[in-house]
Structures are given as C-alpha cells and as structure tokens.
Design a protein around this ligand. Sequence first.
Ligand code: DC
Length: 233
Amino acid sequence: MHIPDIIIAIDGYSSTGKSSFARLIASEFSFLYLDSGAMYRGVTLYAMENGFIDDGNNVDTSGLATALRTLDLHFTSTPEGSRTFIGDRCIEKEIRTMEVSSKVSPIAAIPCVREFVDTRLREFGKKKRVVMDGRDIGTTVFPEAELKIFMTADLEVRAQRRAKEMIAKGEPVSMETVMANLRERDYIDSHRETSPLSKAADALVLDNSGMTLQDQMEWIRDVIRERFGEMSD
Ligand code: DC
C-alpha cells in the first residue's frame, strides 16, 4: 500500500502505545518517525543534571530559559526509531527512567521549553512523510497534518503495559507507582496553560484497550484506504 507525502500526527495519553504504533506505521509506509516526548525528556534530563529542577519539582525557569539558548539537543531518525542526543552523547536510555518520567510533565508545561521543542519538531516536519507522536502534534505543532489520530486506553491497561516495559528494561517498578505517575501526567498534560493535551477536532479516536498492534495496523490501513482512495493502492 502506498500513501502520499503527508504528516501523520499521533497524540494521546501517556503509555497508550503511541510510539510502538508510530514506529510500525513508519516502517510499513517508509515514513520517518519522531517521538516528540523524547525531546521533552531530554530537556528534563538536562534540567536535572544541571540543577534547574529540585526534588520537589520546583523549576528555575529563568535559568533554564537562558541555558536553552545554547543547549544542543537533537535527534536522529532511522527506520529503527529516533535517538536523542545532547551534543554527541546519546541519552536514549537515561531519558526513559522513572525519575525523568516523574519530572517531565512540569518541565513540558513551561512555555519556553515548548517553544524550544516546537521549533525543532517543525523543522523536522518539513521533510514530509513523517509520523510524529506526542500530546499536541495535531493541535499545535502541525495543525495542518493530513491524518490525525488521538489514542486512548484504560488506565489499568496502560499501567500494565508500562510496568512490563520497565521491568523488561531492568527497572523494576510496582503497578501502584506506575498508575500514580500516569494519573499525575494525564492531569498535568491536560490542564497546563500552553498547548494542553486535547483531541484535535478533526482527529480520529483510537481506543486500543483491547487491541493488539496488528489490530491497530489493520485499523489504520482501512483509514488510509478510505481517506486516500486509489492513491493508496
Ligand atoms: O510520550 P512521553 O510519555 O515520552 O512524553 C513525556 C512527557 O512529555 C509527557 O508527560 C508530556 C510531554 N509531552 C508534551 O507535553 N508534548 C508532546 N508533544 C510530547 C510529550
């Protein structure tokens, strides 16, 4: 199946499987994939390592704003996925820890951080044939995206998936801790002032609580056939 040169924007709640789905879409349709959350996680790691956020999640916003002017945070996108770097240091593993997860939502709520990330995401989008996942891709970063998907799933299903993923990576974590973190991130992400998580009016909702990745791929193939007609055959 062939799709025209479009941007596919995938937004939704934490741990709904956006990245896995986006990665598979990219590989099936030869698109570039970018995980925008990784950029927010990268800024968070940088803020933690440089004393811009404390244990109580209080942020030195003006100090961070100044530091962002020279921060070299960037990513590479390969068919296997995107990788995030500070300078030439790959931070892909460090940005997935529970500690970063517990600090990323307050950092992502800061307007100058969003501006910093948005500039880089929009630059990447110029390449077209891009699938990007996040919280505000279809609403703020690429409101003109040709295909927008809003993903959701039951909280318990999401927590189970996330806990399994973390245990597999060697970071044992309890279901309670993961559920509490997801609940808190959902709340902060949906209630912040700048670009809160919300469904774009023209986004299609995908509740994947009871779906496998293969079911989701079937779903998107149908959507693409319907949307782009014979162009996609
Ligand atoms: O997708 P993720 O869990 O890796 O994202 C980490 C955090 O980054 C998430 O709690 C909210 C924030 N985020 C955002 O505000 N906007 C995006 N486009 C992507 C992520």
